[in-house]
Each structure stands twice: as structure tokens, then as C-alpha cells.
Ligand binder design. Structure first.
Ligand code: SF4
Length: 242
């Protein structure tokens, strides 16, 4: 992509975020603190958009991921809000199944994700009109139909994926050109980062999501934030010029 096309892509993405702020307040951005999310964090905080940023602190994140919270505070003077799982739900799961039972079956894994991610997400989204994610279409087979603006029936609100059209190269071009802080695991072979026990580094040429839940089939590799009952949430694309 040449610089003019890239500038147009950035402008369109900022327009989308501005529209979210203007027309969908209160809106929130669910950040995983990965590279894509840092692009959106930079755009939101530099333009002082009234979109609050939160992350799901599952209790199983890498130290490197948690340190991104400090980098955001240093760079933008902003504290990302943390949503944690209900302690009693975590305790019951661990007592009944063991700390790392998610390796045993897709159901066990989805139950862990439900407790540590989906329930806290639902709390974070309560009362909001829209939420923003850093998902990109090219990230995985489960995201191939992603649109910039969608109707999220499961949460009864509008969902925005402003980076749906972005490539991985676009993400890194933005980060490097704008000196955006990022998770140091990206420099160690982790293009996609989730919880520590469920993420591993990948080899050159492997799919970018190959390091997430690597023991499962590609079709099941979502944490439940964008799926319901094991199926992709029925999302209705909404016409947009972004
Ligand atoms: S990614 Fe792994 S550790 Fe994190 S919530 Fe899901 S199953 Fe649990």
C-alpha cells in the first residue's frame, strides 16, 4: 500500500471512531492490549475521543501484556479499566476441574473463557450503546466475514471493528510511524496474544492465530467474546462508508 492509500485508510478509521463517539455514546473499546488494539488506543487517546477503554484481566495474562498497561499510562496518562472474573466462579472451576483443565476439551476451554472473559465482558458492556474491537478480517477463518459496523444481537448493541480492512503490515506501519507502545511478546514470535497458558509463539509462515489454542481445530478458536453457545454470533452487517 502506498502512503496516500495508507493515509486514506487511517483517515477512514478515525472517521469511524469519531462517528462512534458522536452517535453511539456511551461507547467502549474492548482492548486485548495487542498490536491492533494499540493502534485504536493511540487514535482514541490522541484525539481525546470519549470512548472509554477497558481490558479483561483474566488472571492468566503474561507479565509482558500487563506491562502494556503501564506503557499506556506513561505515554497517554490514561488508566485502562480492568474487568476481572468473579473469584468464586474461578475457584469453583479450579476446584472441580483443575487449574489447566482447558487443555482437556473444547467445552472445558470454553467454560474457562466464559468465566474469565465472557462474563466480565458482559459486565463491561452493560448500559453501553456500542463497543469497539480491534479484530481484523485477515486474522483467521472465524473472522473472514467481519464488517466495520455490525449489529451484535447477543449484546443488543452496535459493534464496530474499525480495523476490519487493515492488514498486519498496515498495523505495524502505523505503530512504527507513530511510535505507539506495544506488547514486547510481538517481537518474540507472538502475533496474536491471549492468556499465557493458551498462547505460544509461532514459526515464520504459520497462520497468525496458530499460536492460540493450538491444540484445537481452527473453527473452534474463538474465546466466546464474539461467539455464543459455540457458534458465531449472528451479526448483521450495517452499511457504512468507513
Ligand atoms: S484463554 Fe485459556 S486461560 Fe484464558 S480464559 Fe480462555 S481457556 Fe482460560
Amino acid at each position: 500500500m502506498n502512503e496516500a492509500d495508507f493515509a486514506a485508510l487511517v483517515a477512514a478509521t478515525k472517521e469511524t471512531l469519531q462517528r462512534v463517539a458522536d452517535q453511539f455514546a456511551p461507547a467502549v473499546f474492548a482492548s486485548s492490549l495487542a498490536a491492533e488494539d494499540m493502534v485504536l488506543t493511540d487514535m482514541i487517546l490522541r484525539d481525546k475521543l470519549p470512548i472509554s477503554i477497558f481490558t479483561l484481566e483474566t488472571g492468566r495474562l503474561h507479565a509482558e501484556t500487563l506491562s502494556v498497561l503501564d506503557r499506556i499510562k506513561e505515554t497517554y496518562d490514561y488508566e485502562v479499566e480492568l474487568y476481572r472474573p468473579q473469584p468464586e466462579a474461578v475457584e469453583a472451576y479450579v476446584q472441580q476441574n483443575g487449574l489447566n483443565a482447558f487443555y482437556e476439551s473444547v467445552d472445558m476451554r470454553k467454560e474457562c473463557c466464559r468465566i474469565r472473559k465472557v462474563e466480565p465482558l458482559n459486565r463491561a458492556l452493560a448500559g453501553k450503546h456500542a463497543w469497539v474491537t480491534g479484530q481484523r478480517r485477515a486474522q483467521s477463518t472465524t473472522r473472514a466475514a467481519l464488517d466495520v459496523q455490525e449489529q451484535d444481537d447477543a449484546h443488543a448493541m452496535t459493534k464496530f471493528n474499525p480495523l476490519a480492512d487493515w492488514s498486519e503490515e498496515d498495523v505495524w506501519h502505523y505503530i512504527r510511524s507513530n511510535h505507539v507502545p506495544y506488547n514486547s511478546l510481538h517481537d518474540k514470535g507472538y502475533p496474536s496474544i491471549g492468556c499465557e497458558p493458551c498462547t505460544r509463539a509461532i514459526q515464520p509462515g504459520e497462520d497468525v492465530r496458530a499460536g492460540r489454542w493450538w491444540w484445537e481445530n481452527p473453527e473452534s478458536k474463538e474465546c466466546g467474546l464474539h461467539v455464543v453457545d459455540g457458534k458465531l454470533i449472528r451479526i448483521k452487517p450495517v452499511a457504512t462508508n468507513a
